[in-house]
Design a protein around this ligand. Sequence first.
Ligand code: ADP
Ligand code: ZN
Length: 296
Amino acid sequence: MRIGALEAGGTKIVCAIGDENGKIEIRVSYPTKTPGEMMPKIIEFFGGGKIDALGIGCFGPVDLNRQSPAYGYITSTPKLAWADYNIVGAFVEALKVPVGFDTDVNGAVLGEVVFGAARGCDAAIYITVGTGVGVGVYANGALLHGLVHPEAGHVLVTKREGDSYRGKCPYHANCLEGLAAGPAIMERWGKPAAELADREEVWELESDYIAQAVTNYILTLSPQKVILGGGVMHQEQMFPLVRKKVLDKLNFYLKNDILLKHIGDYIVPPMLGDDAGITGALLLGRQEAQRQAAAG
Ligand code: ADP
Ligand code: ZN
């Protein structure tokens, strides 16, 4: 089976073709522009019978409710050219194949559950700390949608004493994304995050905000694996800091050996690295093809 995978992000759109075992054979990447500029290129990449199904992992918010008239739409995104855009409908019409659809981070957690660090888990989360913060949630063996879909990058955190930065999120004064995504680091410290590698105080503060959120995710969702990815997590010195701070914040409330003895195997980088998202998109395509075949 040949499956197309589309990972649509705010800065770039990655298109790939692979097989049902997650092997990617060809890929291209384009900077994100308007649908009018991008869709013809993407359709040309996948078109002409090259694929049997397509999976899309998309920046959000998106409508994932199959009963909704706006199912398959990108909804209220600040990337205005894509707001209220029927991305699934456009590909179904152009390619005439099953099209699976979910958030980029739900795609990434699925990729890690099937082929990566969360293999064998029936509850896991994937957190990306990049241009924004997003969280994909796999719970009881399926991707969590619920009311909308998790938007756990915007959970509220307690501002640390001495941090006078006002936050970058237009909606919340003290959400994780507003205080800790790449653009917030840049604005607070006056330099891109990648150039602050040797500034200990940057990563001390950053890992504290991330640990606050991760602690809340652990308490709420009970994941068997916590995967931390995205550009900012390329600062790998944060992993030991986040692990220690999570344990401090839990304060021995959860008496579980995975946490108390093996936290190094519990809060981990993506095993698929920066391929988690595109591999997940491939799996969303596989899943939708199977769903439609089962439905006849
Ligand atoms: P996106 O979130 O746009 O899909 P990324 O996950 O690559 O893409 O995140 C981009 C953000 O990550 C930028 O804000 C950038 O400053 C930050 N970033 C990229 N590389 C590094 C690095 N090596 N160390 C710290 N921050 C980084
Ligand atoms: Zn917010």
